[in-house]
Design a protein around this ligand. Structure first.
Ligand code: PBG
Length: 337
């Protein structure tokens, strides 16, 4: 010591001992915080690898049952389902037909693992031939998604998903008024018990690239900036979530997660009492995987750090393609104690 009587607060005293460090960890990531996204495709007889998302596949209904069992076994509480129908059309009619790919997927999962929580993504883009999240209409010479016509279709879809047994419905289309229309439609049809997880602050992000290949939902023309949020806006996310809460959203979500931690934090500060989720999207996953494959980063360390940061910012649970890898890592950590 240069000045022997000078009292120094030594924060390092709390960092040296691994047990103490662990005990004092403010954010604890657990397998029960994780939801795994799954893609189910109708017209295939064998699962197809998604090249930009190593370890992920477009699944058949048969694979889905195996997958569900594995997920359940790992202690992951639930999945979010995306369906890819055999036929797409301008209004995405496959989404609300009885016996559609999602209804059959729900039935299959419930048969093998009735306890697994099933969230269904509610959107038109996987079902429309043009790849947009609703019905297209021309407005002043420009194609746009017709808000109110799309709402009617979403209501039909939601009822079909609830009828099939979805535990939670997650509308992701960023169509204005979708939460109130869906709440009314579900309540009227007798599904008052089905919660709505709103993709409340969903950005027009370039991080969705691999997903759009996986879900075969690349917009055939234009982009989604006419309905998804501008990445430059943070305060607007508060308007979005306030409206969704007024309309009856049960859970809010921010998407993507890693580069929108400020948005997660702001929403948590404004509405600490409302459950908040975040979606670590396909591009976030793919970047970590690709860098790890090159040997440039340590995959599991970066994965756990990124998930912990999302939770630290204020997300209560995380939708992530890393759910299975993280579950394995977390149980190894527990076993090592
Ligand atoms: C559907 C939807 C998308 C994602 C989730 N739901 C794609 C999009 O908005 O284009 C993206 C998820 C990901 O990138 O992992 N609207």
């Amino acid at each position: 010591m240069i000045y022997p009587n000078y009292p120094t607060t030594r924060l390092r005293r709390l960092r040296e001992n691994p047990r103490l460090r662990d005990m004092l960890s403010e954010t604890k990531l657990s397998v029960s915080d994780l939801i795994l996204p799954l893609f189910v495709k109708e017209s295939i007889s064998q699962k197809q690898p998604i090249h930009s998302m190593p370890g992920h596949f477009q699944l058949t209904l048969t694979d889905l049952a195996k997958e569900a069992e594995e997920i359940h076994h790992l202690g992951i509480p639930g999945v979010i389902l995306f369906g890819i129908p055999a036929h797409k059309d301008a209004s995405g009619s496959a989404a609300y037909q009885t016996d559609n790919v999602i209804s059959r997927a729900i039935e299959e999962i419930k048969r093998v693992t009735p306890d697994l929580l099933i969230i269904v993504d509610l959107c038109c883009c996987e079902y429309t031939d043009h790849g947009h999240c609703g019905i297209l209409a021309k407005q002043q010479g420009r194609w746009t998604v017709d808000n109110d016509k799309t709402l009617k279709l979403l209501a039909k879809q939601a009822i079909q998903h609830a009828h099939a047994g979805a535990d939670i419905i997650a509308p992701s289309g960023m169509i204005d008024g979708m939460i109130s229309i869906l709440r009314c439609a579900l309540d009227e049809a007798g599904y008052t018990h089905v919660p709505l997880l709103s993709y409340a602050a969903k950005y027009a992000s370039s991080f969705y690239g691999p997903f759009r290949q996986a879900a075969e939902s690349i917009p055939q023309m234009g982009d989604r900036r006419g309905y998804q949020m501008n990445p430059a806006n943070g305060a607007e996310a508060l308007r979005e979530v306030t409206l969704d809460l007024q309309e009856g959203a049960d859970i809010l979500m921010v998407k993507p997660a890693g580069v929108y931690l400020d948005v997660i934090y702001r929403i948590k500060q404004r509405y600490p009492e409302v459950p908040l989720a975040a979606y670590q999207v396909s591009g976030e996953f793919a970047m970590i995987k690709a860098a790890a494959e090159q040997g440039w980063i340590n995959e599991s360390a970066v994965m756990l750090e990124s998930l912990t940061a999302i939770k630290r910012a204020g997300a209560q649970f995380i939708l992530t393609y890393f759910a299975k890898d993280a579950a394995c890592c977390l149980s190894e950590v527990l076993a090592r104690g």
